[in-house]
Design a protein around this ligand. Structure first.
Ligand code: ASP
Length: 411
């Protein structure tokens, strides 16, 4: 990405926003003809989503392998890996807690009551921790790639990445192949992202045509609360960690990150924003080897914005359906939302799919998802922006810690 793309980035963002506005207008005009929108416009949105799903596995697999290979030393990967995972888990658990606190305090679902008379729910059982753990490790190296089971894809990338380092000279060809295909995958991703205006238009129009503005307006409060927590989390957690650990001024950090943040906001895809994030963090001084390991991993497993969104939506859905969540239930939400956000792929809309896991864990009605689905894109833009900013904050912090360690060793 050269300087010249600065201009292109803005114009793609404008195109996407234009497409969003146009989609709403056309959707409103087509309210009586929702079926036409569903049958003839939505398929183009589905094509766009399919393309993103197609490219996400190669991008994650190859970029994580490339990141590991570039560290060249298994011990170094371990040291960076542990710091990264601790940072990711702590910030995500904090994020969902913050989401729950604000959603409760501000009564995000107050004022609307759908009643529960005609709905019968059975408290679903959450998958056990041991099951979740076992399921991370694939018994087959191809199948997870075919079914896009992201955590398993990461495990494959880790093992094969390490394998290439350990194989030394004999692994050279594999390394070159990974480098080359990784570059190719990013280029393909770039092409698909260019189609986002068409995708956005084709996805928003049928939603508005089917539901009309009435379904969007009462949800303004959810949007307001989610965005408030997104901003608080970014300002409080990322500013203090970046300042406290690396000494970088928060202003410099957010300014340097703004191209990647704008892109994440408009594309709603952490993976799509990965190339921008790699460039921004390196411009802020992070080493390439750290960034190319921490960021692809983060784009896959670290989703603070998604965790906030899941916390806020869980409370919203509980309140409008008249459920009172107990403290243990809210603690369950913290745990499942942290796990669910890890399992969320960095593509548009996937956080909403994982919301089902959170709702099920405390027996909330899955029908609630249909309510927030109409505004998911708006929530998704903000949460993706938080997601990738969290990855970048971690990169800056881990990079600073590694540099300090090296300096100490030097002495
Ligand atoms: N779109 C988000 C991302 O790419 C994931 C989500 O839907 O929450 O980070």
């Amino acid at each position: 990405m050269s300087e010249t793309t600065g201009k292109k980035k803005v114009s793609l963002t404008m195109w996407i926003f234009g497409a969003l506005v146009l989609g709403v207008i056309v959707g409103l005009l087509m309210q009586g003809n929702a079926e036409i929108a569903e049958n003839y416009i939505k398929p183009f949105g589905t094509i766009f989503l399919n393309l993103i799903k197609m490219v996400v596995v190669p991008v994650v697999l190859l970029s994580i392998m490339q990141g590991i290979i570039s560290l060249q030393d298994v011990r170094k990967v371990g040291s960076i890996g542990v710091k990264t995972i601790v940072f990711y888990l702590c910030t995500t658990a904090f994020a969902v807690t913050l989401g729950l606190i604000f959603a409760n305090l501000l009564n995000v679902g107050a004022g609307f009551n759908l009643g529960t008379e005609e709905l019968v729910y059975e408290a679903a059982e959450a998958p056990s921790f041991m099951d979740t753990l076992v399921n991370i490790f694939p018994s087959n190296a191809i199948q997870p790639l075919a079914s896009a089971t992201m955590l398993q894809v990461i495990v494959i990338a880790l093992f094969f990445g390490f394998g290439i380092i350990v194989a030394g000279e004999k692994g050279k060809i594999a390394k070159d192949v990974v480098d080359s295909f990784s570059e190719v995958s990013f280029k393909v991703m770039g092409m698909i992202i260019k189609l986002s205006p068409i995708g956005v238009f084709a996805l928003i129009t049928p939603v508005v045509a089917a539901n009309g503005p009435s379904v969007l307006l009462p949800l303004l409060k959810v949007i307001g609360v989610a965005y408030l927590v997104y901003i608080i989390h970014m300002v409080v957690v990322y500013s203090t960690s970046v300042k406290g650990i690396s000494g970088m001024s928060p202003l410099k950090f957010f300014k340097g990150m703004s191209p990647a943040m704008i892109f994440a906001f408009s594309s709603a895809s952490s993976v799509g924003a990965l190339p921008f994030n790699l460039e921004c963090t390196q411009k802020l001084g992070a080493k390439k080897e750290v960034a190319s390991f921490v960021l692809p991993l983060g784009a896959t497993i670290n989703m603070d914005g998604t965790a906030i969104y899941q916390g806020v939506c869980a409370i919203f859905i509980a309140q409008i359906f008249g459920f009172n969540l107990t403290i243990p239930q809210q603690l369950t939400i913290i745990l499942t939302a942290t796990l669910a956000s890890i399992g969320t792929a960095g593509v548009p809309g996937s956080g909403m799919i994982m919301l089902a896991m959170v709702l099920e864990s405390v027996g909330l009605p899955l029908e609630g998802i249909a309510l927030v689905a109409g505004i998911d894109r708006i929530l998704d833009m903000g949460r993706t922006c938080v997601n990738i900013t969290g990855d970048a904050a971690c990169t800056i912090c881990v990079d600073a810690m590694e540099k300090k360690k090296e300096a100490r060793r030097g002495r």
